[in-house]
Design a protein around this ligand. Structure first.
Ligand SMILES: [Zn+2]
Length: 295
């Protein structure tokens, strides 16, 4: 089927969606021809909902001709706490149809996810060019334990920042994360300081760091590098925050305003600099790098 083939007729009657041909928009519930979604950067043509992207899809989208070279995938998560999931967690995840926790041990879950998703833990680091400008990119993948930041993720971003510094290139990080990875305890939290220090060295050297926040960007990731970009750009309606809404409401015993922690809300409050649809990101990042990057 060529790119220009008209979409097949919409299914009528009780909707049974053939695998891969039609997708249902999570926001407006419309059934959309999947090629139509793919063509527009996985944005719903009816309502503008941004479908989740994998780490690879994001790099393909940002890098010229979809070309990039990965590095740092030899860094793997350790299991310092010898962490095991509780029986309840395993049952809950099986109910949701996620079979990852069938492995009761964190170590086994990581191994399995690395096999299935491509062996880059929750972040893919790469070299590429954005509108002709050589850059170092890091792209998080929510499918890997909620895009959580463990010691492997922290080490990979730190090395990416160090590579950017050594090669005099800008750094672009796309975050999509539930926060620090509790399965590695304090070692995950320590990554926040480590990455922040690496990012600070980039700033001292006058090298730009662009942070892109996809849905969701929360917890320790928001509390560190995701908010430390020279320019922080969020995707429309992305959830951006530190603690969850319910936790905050219970703590302060107040009802939170409408749209709290949405990209648009945090833009209004000055937490991010821009909210941009995904299909404008590449051109915007290119423009920013030309403006900020000296040499
Ligand atoms: Zn929609």
């Amino acid at each position: 089927m060529s790119e220009n083939t008209p979409p097949p007729e919409r299914p009528s009657g009780p909707i049974k969606i053939p695998e891969g041909l039609w997708v249902k928009c999570k926001a407006c519930k419309e059934i959309i021809y999947s090629k139509e979604v793919a063509r527009g950067g996985k944005i719903c043509p009816k309502c503008g909902y941004h479908f989740p992207l994998t780490a690879r899809e994001r790099l393909d989208m940002l890098c010229d001709a979809g070309k990039w070279t990965a590095f740092g995938n030899e860094i793997k998560s350790a299991d310092p706490l010898k962490f095991s999931y509780s029986k309840k967690d395993v049952e809950k995840s099986q109910e949701k149809g996620k079979d990852v926790f069938k492995s009761v041990n964190y170590k086994d879950a990581v191994k399995k996810l690395n096999e299935v998703l491509g062996g880059f833990d929750a972040i893919l680091c790469a070299e590429g060019t954005i509108e002709g400008i050589p850059a170092i990119l890091c792209s998080m993948d929510f499918r890997f334990i909620g895009g959580s930041m463990g010691s492997a993720v922290g080490e990979k971003i730190t090395r990416a920042a160090e590579r950017a510094l050594a090669e005099g290139k800008p750094l672009v990080v796309i975050s999509c994360s539930g926060g620090a990875r509790m399965q590695e305890g304090i070692l995950s939290l320590m990554q926040m300081a480590k990455i922040s220090a690496a990012v600070a060295r980039l700033r001292e050297a006058g090298l730009p760091f662009i942070s892109i926040l996809a849905d969701p960007t929360t917890g320790g990731v928001t509390a560190s590098y995701a908010m430390q970009g020279d320019v922080n750009i969020a995707e429309p309606k992305a959830l951006i925050g530190f603690a969850g809404q319910r936790v905050i409401e219970q703590t302060i015993r107040q009802k939170l305003p409408e749209g709290f922690q949405s990209a648009e809300f945090v833009l209004e409050k000055g937490m991010v600099d821009l909210v941009l649809p995904r299909n404008q990101l590449k051109a915007a990042v290119g423009n920013l790098l030309r403006l900020l990057h000296v040499g």
